[in-house]
Unconditional design. Structure first.
Length: 248
């Protein structure tokens, strides 16, 4: 649109019309000044949240506060993990509550805010008499992960795994015996065990990893990254995210 306007202005200039000077004086600011730049800024964003993720649910108020502090209204859309990533990468969503650092390798339209929001511990959960304290210990086992959990995809690469849309379905498969091991985050699984599976005898091994996670925005909102990073650092100094997550 702006290119067409400039072409018309140039044609008028070639004709030497007095109109051109007046046009540039009156309208130049609208073409190039703050009003035009404001078109690039959004009053609100829609953020993908992993459905049935207790850890993301805990962090959500912090991300809400993050956007409140920079004067942008934030809404959240609950989705399966993989679908949320795909939609944000496609620009159908504006941001992700958090993902691991490797997420942008697979989804190149995501832009990572440099300061981590929090970190999580990944573990293997099981009911059978097993000891799973490393990725190598998964050899020969039926392993389940949540589809779209990038860190779990990386750790189980080359193995045959069962993928579920949600953590609840993953633990259902573990309880009914269709997988031997479920790979997920410690805080999220323990919360779900307490609420839904207190008597199923679910155990866990030593940590497979301890991983920082970061807020992501779609590339169209890359201009927000410096401000978001500044505010995340402020909130971390204030202990906001630590109070929300509790022990991980």
């Amino acid at each position: 649109m702006r290119a067409h306007v400039m072409k018309a202005v140039w044609q008028q200039m070639q004709g030497g019309g007095i109109f051109v000077a007046a046009f540039l004086i009156v309208c130049g600011g609208a073409l190039f000044g703050p009003a035009a730049q404001a078109e690039e800024h959004k009053a609100g964003v829609v953020i993908g949240q992993i459905r049935e993720s207790p850890l993301q649910e805990r962090i959500r108020p912090g991300i809400q506060e993050l956007y409140d502090r920079i004067g942008i209204e934030a809404e959240f859309m609950l989705l399966p993990s993989k679908r949320a990533l795909v939609m944000t990468n496609a620009g159908e969503l504006d941001a992700e509550i958090f993902r691991v650092a490797k997420a942008a390798r697979r989804y190149p339209n995501l832009r990572r805010v440099p300061t981590e929001v929090t970190e999580f511990t990944g573990r293997a959960f099981f009911i059978k008499d097993l000891q799973v304290d490393s990725w190598d210990a998964l050899e020969g086992l039926r392993v389940g992960i949540v589809h779209g959990a990038v860190w779990a995809e990386e750790g189980t690469r080359g193995r045959k795994v069962v993928r579920t849309e949600t953590l609840f379905r993953l633990l259902e498969r573990l309880v009914n015996g269709s997988v031997d091991v479920a790979i997920s985050t410690h805080g999220s699984v323990m919360t779900m065990i307490e609420t839904s599976y207190p008597d199923k005898g679910i155990k866990y091994g030593a940590p497979l990893n301890r991983t920082p996670v970061y807020h992501y925005v779609h590339k169209d909102l890359e201009y927000l990254v410096p401000k978001l990073d500044q505010v995340i650092r402020e909130m971390k100094r204030e202990g906001v995210f630590d109070r929300l997550t509790g022990p991980l």
